[in-house]
Design a protein around this ligand. Sequence first.
Ligand SMILES: [Zn+2]
Length: 66
Amino acid sequence: MARNANGKRPEKANLPNKVCMTCHRPFAWRRKWRDCWDDVKYCSARCRDHREHNKGGTRRQTDTAP
Ligand SMILES: [Zn+2]
């Protein structure tokens, strides 16, 4: 008997999803993120590193010396 009579599905089905802030693709929950899922914003370390490329927060405008 392969099926559960409980109506429960295999764990695959119920995973939460997010969209990667770098590549804008949806990705599914992984076990390694179970403790920090709220903080996860990127699908992979590669995408997380990619944000370096995009930093333009505090830009120095005062380039003129007195
Ligand atoms: Zn990504």
